[in-house]
Design a protein around this ligand. Structure first.
Ligand code: SF4
Length: 441
């Protein structure tokens, strides 16, 4: 686990009811540098004062404070509600300090979703995304990386970690698999989280792979971390697929302050390959920094020289207006021509989910990145991630994959080895509707 230096560590008193949770917390706390306040217990009625204390101990600017940056963000251990309820907690909410919200109460008291659906077909059609419908797991909310394009990484003032992992594997995993018999691969990703950063002390991946083996499924860890050595001791690591959200060095340094150099993720992936774990990469978000061509060309060369990924994907930073992106990332770091293009297209892109960079800018970037990969590797499967239908129409030939049936990164039916487990319930990507839906329209 990282050598975290949280400025506060709290745990919900209900953790003490299960020795397995206590042991897990002790392992994790033992790997951290504790603050002067030590490890503090709280009860349900204490939540308002805990939130007040966490807010006073942490502010978003501390993400860039030397030497610990986002590794100093407070940590709260809790018991995850496996029924996914979201009580109103009116009597707690009315006592919250300014800036406190029901969502904070939920996280502290373990109302952290066990699983969430993404990219349902109807949704992707409305938003003009192309992806695959999936459901992901999570046991925590928050992350030590502090990525500035991520709302949680930038602004959350604590990380909430569920400790009842044994129960999670007995209840949440089989329930979700039973709901979606056609889904073969599930991410353990959490919500603005990065599970492998907390291993092996957390032990979630070990138990997750055991559960996956029992149900004959595969699982992704989806990470910007290079903390992988411990995977050698995971008995069922053959059930795992490693996906890295990766980038160039200046983005890693300036925008992802807690995640380490970009090259480290590639060497981590190479170690995973040696352990027999298939690896895939996503340049997501690709951020067009000032000298992005040289920067991305360099890291792609390293990637293709040091590893043999099953796929490499691209996604230019999106889901923003030009104004909201300026709140997240310092525009002085970016290619001025592209900033200008985004500003010029601000109105046209206002309600376009793939904004703020207009189609032509994104297409130019994708063509360039594709060419760079093909300099080194003619065969690796390439894709664009959560892009528009129009972008797929433009890029399909260059990428060498079809938008209906592309193999990508965290694909719900993307088996190790580069094969899609298509079925009548998931015959193609969200580029197309299911035939039954089309018939109803
Ligand atoms: S890698 Fe594939 S499944 Fe995952 S988000 Fe991108 S397009 Fe969707």
């Amino acid at each position: 686990m990282y050598n975290l230096h949280p400025v506060r560590v709290y745990y919900l008193d209900e953790v003490l009811e299960d020795p397995r949770m206590v042991a897990r917390m002790e392992r994790m706390v033992g790997a951290m540098q504790l603050p002067e306040t030590g490890v503090q217990e709280f009860a349900r009625e204490d939540v308002p004062s805990v939130i007040e204390d966490l807010q006073s101990a942490w502010s978003p600017e501390m993400v860039f404070d030397e030497p610990w940056g986002p590794w100093a963000r407070p940590v709260v251990f809790t018991v995850q509600d496996l029924e996914d309820t979201k009580p109103e907690y009116a009597e707690i909410v009315e006592r919250l300090p300014e800036g406190g919200a029901l969502s904070h109460v939920h996280q502290l008291l373990g109302h952290i979703d066990t699983a969430r659906p993404y990219h349902e077909r109807e949704d992707d059609w409305q938003k003009n995304f192309v992806c695959w419908p999936t459901k992901d797991f999570g046991t925590m909310s928050g992350c030590p990386h502090g990525c500035q394009y991520c709302g949680v990484g930038k602004s959350s003032f604590f990380t909430a970690i569920g400790l009842n992992i044994e129960e999670f594997m007995e209840v949440a995993v089989p329930r979700t698999i039973a709901e979606r018999p056609w889904q073969k691969c599930f991410r353990m990703i959490g919500w603005g989280a990065d599970h492998i950063a907390w291993e092996p002390e957390y032990g979630v991946i070990d138990l997750y792979t055991r559960a996956l083996a029992k149900h004959d499924r595969y699982g992704y860890f989806h990470s910007t971390s290079s903390n992988v050595e411990w995977l050698e001791d995971v008995e069922h690591r053959d059930r795992l697929i490693g996906i890295w959200s990766t980038t160039c060095e200046s983005v890693a340094r300036d925008i992802e302050p807690g995640s380490g150099p970009a090259l480290d993720r590639i060497t981590a992936a190479a170690k995973c390959e040696e352990m027999g774990i298939p690896v895939r990469f996503k340049f997501k978000p690709m951020i067009p920094v000032r000298n992005w061509r040289e920067e991305y060309a360099e890291i792609i060369e390293q990637m293709c020289t040091l590893t043999n990924p099953e796929s490499i994907g691209f996604c230019v930073v999106m889901w923003n207006t030009v104004e909201s992106l300026a709140q997240l990332i310092d525009f002085n770091l970016l290619d001025p021509d592209y900033v200008q293009a985004a500003q010029d297209a601000a109105e046209e892109m206002r309600d376009v989910i793939t904004g703020p960079f207009p189609h032509d800018v994104r297409a130019e970037i994708y063509h360039y990145l594709t060419e760079q990969v093909r300099r080194w590797d003619e065969d690796v499967l390439l894709y664009i991630s959560t892009e528009s239908r129009e972008m797929w129409d433009e890029m399909a030939d260059a990428l060498g994959q079809r938008p209906e049936s592309f193999f990508c990164g965290c694909n719900p039916i993307g088996l190790p080895g580069g094969k899609l487990a298509v079925s009548k319930d998931c015959p193609h990507s969200t580029y197309r509707r299911l035939e039954a839906e089309t018939a109803e329209v």
